[in-house]
Design a protein. Structure first.
Length: 343
């Protein structure tokens, strides 16, 4: 149990934004602020190429020693999905006060949130905030530049839609009217996020650390002119490592909410009933996932719901069964009440 407001697990801050928007600059500022607060973060950085350019930059620029994981040559939300649990697990073994995840420029934060609900991580981490950095100089051009790549356009819009905070960076490089158009574009996809205008990602950092506390019994890490200590893990997976109590809701500051529901083993109603339960919450549910077994069957299934489609896959899984819903503004009390009536 983490000391943060009755929250199970370690808070996670996700840094999102297209290539060159200023995510790494923001990461460095967050690390400096964490040091001032006596917090020890764990850092997970993801780069598309084989060269660790940003990771080396952060290592050289930081005056602190932190656990650092780097996932190279692939996007954390697609080709690196199998490694994220191992990387985060390695960081958690170092007892950080929070985790900072810098995504590649083509990653969708919603998919990373889904990864945080895997059995290895449920109850060990929770989403604290999603911060998306927007390149004020080029953001308006992306729709036309990438018009032929609809998936990329959807991803860029998803980065904006998922954010709790939008940082319109490089504002000094554009006119006030251009900046206003960028803000208008962002508001089309996200009307709720706080919007900041910045030069070199320089914004007030207090809100990002609200509710984040130091782990009890851990002394502050002294400031040193030393590089990051790179934690290299074997990325071992432990299917039975489900922790925390299903149904507990973290005191998250994020618009994206996750609701974990306990599943009886086995389920005493058919798959269609479960699908109808998920659908009844409408567009507020972006994704759903669960490990479950039906009565009179020995097979365990992985249920995945995305894009209004259900997928059932037989899996070899021996951990505790559960169902997790991911979406915007999910009403946990109402969902849990309906679920209790069903099971």
């Amino acid at each position: 149990m983490h000391p943060n407001s009755k929250t199970p697990g370690t808070p996670v801050i996700i840094l999102s934004g297209f290539l060159g928007s200023g995510k790494t600059t923001l990461l460095l500022k967050l690390l400096e602020e964490a040091a001032k607060r006596g917090l020890r973060p764990g850092v997970l950085m993801n780069e598309l190429g084989r060269l660790d350019i940003d990771g080396d930059l952060v290592s050289r620029a930081s005056g602190m020693i932190f656990p650092l994981e780097k996932l190279l040559d692939g996007c954390i939300c697609c080709t690196k999905k199998d490694e994220i649990q191992g990387a985060i697990g390695s960081l958690l073994r170092q007892s950080p006060d929070l985790l900072l995840l810098e995504l590649t420029g083509v990653a969708n934060p919603e998919e990373i949130v889904e990864q945080l609900t895997e059995p290895e991580l449920v109850g060990r981490v929770y989403l604290h905030r999603v911060i998306t950095v927007i390149d004020a100089e080029h953001a308006l051009e992306y729709n036309s530049i990438f018009a032929s790549d609809k998936q990329l356009v959807r991803t860029l819009r998803g980065q904006i839609a998922a954010a709790d905070d939008l940082i319109v960076n490089k504002s000094d490089l554009v006119s006030p009217s251009h900046r206003a158009k960028v803000a208008e574009m962002a508001r089309k996809h996200n009307t709720a996020a706080r919007m900041h205008y910045a030069v070199s990602a320089d914004v007030p950092l207090d809100p990002f650390f609200s509710g984040v506390q130091s782990v009890p019994g851990k002394t502050s890490v002294p400031v040193k002119r030393s590089p990051f200590r790179v934690i290299v893990s074997g990325h071992a997976h432990s299917p039975g490592a489900l922790q925390g109590e299903p149904g507990e809701s973290p005191a998250s500051f994020s618009r994206i909410r996750t609701v974990v529901l306990p599943l009886p083993e086995p389920l005493n109603f058919p798959a269609g009933t479960l699908e109808r339960f998920i659908k009844q919450w409408g567009s507020s549910v972006l994704r759903a996932k669960g490990y479950l077994r039906f009565s009179r069957q020995e097979q365990t299934y992985l249920l995945q719901f995305a894009g209004k489609r259900f997928q059932w896959e037989p899996v070899a899984y021996s951990g505790r069964h559960y169902l997790v819903l991911i979406g915007y503004g999910l009403e946990e009390k109402a969902i849990s009440k309906e679920w209790a009536l069903l099971v």
